[in-house]
Write a protein that binds this ligand. Structure first.
Ligand code: HEC
Ligand code: HEC
Length: 355
């Protein structure tokens, strides 16, 4: 079921529509070209509550965390400059993320092949992915210091347990730790002496063999020379392996038909992982097509899903995917309503004009 939501209160919305109508009258161009950056797009990045206002706290404006001034370092920059990115201005949107202050260019977020190019591609863009894709497994706590992005720290089975932690034994050669004080798993080597982390382990296993992934594939990781599927498997099939309370991936992704399995994806075996998502149309290990073995962990859908928080943070996860495209916006151009993600797509598709 799709819900109709608008930015702000009805009165604000009426004023919004009215002011756009006047704008059109005065310039005669903004509306005839379609979506206007200033009136339609920019507010989605600068308004609190624009993306959700239910299931907990209302969304913060993107600008609360991504309003880089183009000069300062990320550390201590105020207002916050996460990823040296400014989503509150047209120039900032085009410059992208992790911008080099010297060149003013960063990683494109609108799907351009390089910063400065105009071959925008909304469907493949980082921005669209960040607005739509929930971090997996659902419910990940968002930590602004990014400490939990690579998943829990790994220790060898026989490593001593540091003070203040309890070992969580899982099948295979590794164990993870629970921080007694926070009741959360140990991340980013907080307890010292970690051998690696869960994302690193899966990556090593995915990329570590030329022959493709099999039950019997053997790869080195974290000082262990013979990591096998059975050491990797618990991170797909066991609860509580990503954060305290996480569901097993295989709770939702255990077969290649949807329903019952979300994205027709089977994460319970190497064959399932090689089979990808959406009935084999979507590789998840970074390979060029399902069936190929040119695995590319850094660019894989699986790694992104394990690491990347959906933006804005704390987006409520709904299983039926109804909130993935953001709120529905009703305006004079779209009297029947359009999702925020599609609206931005229209603007990007028109060449991301500064209108
Ligand atoms: C509370 C602070 C906060 C808010 C609000 C926020 N972000 Fe983020 N954003 C972050 C952090 C921290 C990261 C990096 C860690 C991560 O991926 O979870 C990030 C990462 C990103 C990235 C990835 C950049 C890259 O280098 O690939 C994009 C794109 C992004 N945010 C877009 C948005 C958008 C769009 C909004 C608003 C709809 C938004 N963010 C709101 C904190 C925030
Ligand atoms: C409660 C059910 C649930 C659990 C548990 C779950 N997922 Fe998902 N997953 C979904 C849903 C629903 C989607 C699609 C909607 C979305 O992106 O938020 C999805 C999408 C994905 C996708 C994108 C597939 C594509 O089309 O490219 C990947 C990859 C994924 N999940 C991996 C995982 C991994 C890895 C885990 C465990 C660490 C996991 N999921 C746990 C429900 C779940």
């Amino acid at each position: 079921m799709k819900s109709i939501r608008q930015i702000g209160k009805v009165s604000t919305c009426l004023f919004f529509v009215l002011s756009m109508a006047i704008y059109n009258f005065q310039t005669g161009t903004a509306w005839s070209n379609g979506v206007s950056y200033t009136n339609d797009i920019q507010p989605l990045f600068t308004t609190n509550g624009a993306w959700f206002n239910y299931g907990g706290l209302a969304s913060l404006a993107c600008g609360a965390c991504h309003a880089w001034d183009g000069v300062d370092e990320e550390e201590g920059c105020n207002p916050a400059c996460y990823h040296l990115m400014n989503l509150t201005t047209h120039a900032g949107m085009l410059a992208g993320a992790d911008v080099d202050p010297n060149t003013g260019c960063g990683i494109p977020i609108l799907g351009q092949s390089a910063c400065g190019n105009t071959d925008y591609d909304w469907d493949e863009s980082v921005l669209r992915q960040r607005l739509r894709n929930n971090r997996m497994p659902p419910g990940w706590p968002f930590t602004i210091d990014e400490s939990n992005r690579n998943g829990p720290d790994l220790y060898f089975d026989r490593d001593p347990v540091p003070d203040g932690y309890t070992a969580m034994r899982i099948p295979g050669k590794f164990k993870i730790l629970l921080n007694d004080a926070t009741q959360e798993l140990a991340y980013a080597d907080e307890a010292g002496g970690a051998r690696g982390n869960a994302v690193g382990l899966i990556g090593a296993w995915v990329e570590g063999t030329d022959a493709g992934l099999h039950e019997r594939s053997v790869v080195p990781y974290g000082g262990v020379s013979d990591v096998r599927w059975r050491d990797v498997k618990p991170f797909f099939t066991q609860p509580n392996t990503w954060y305290n309370g996480s569901l097993a991936c295989t709770y939702c992704h255990y077969c290649t038909e949807e329903p019952p399995c979300y994205h027709a994806m089977d994460l319970s075996s190497p064959a399932g992982l090689r089979g990808g998502a959406d009935e084999g149309s979507e590789p998840i290990l970074g390979e060029s097509f399902v069936g190929f073995t040119d695995f590319d962990w850094d660019n894989s859908g699986l790694r992104k899903r394990l690491r990347n928080n959906r933006m804005p943070p704390e987006s409520p996860f709904v299983l039926d995917e109804s909130n993935r495209n953001g709120p529905t916006i009703v305006d004079t151009l779209h009297p029947g309503g359009i999702s925020a993600v599609d609206l931005i797509g229209e603007w990007v598709g028109a060449g991301a004009p500064n209108n």
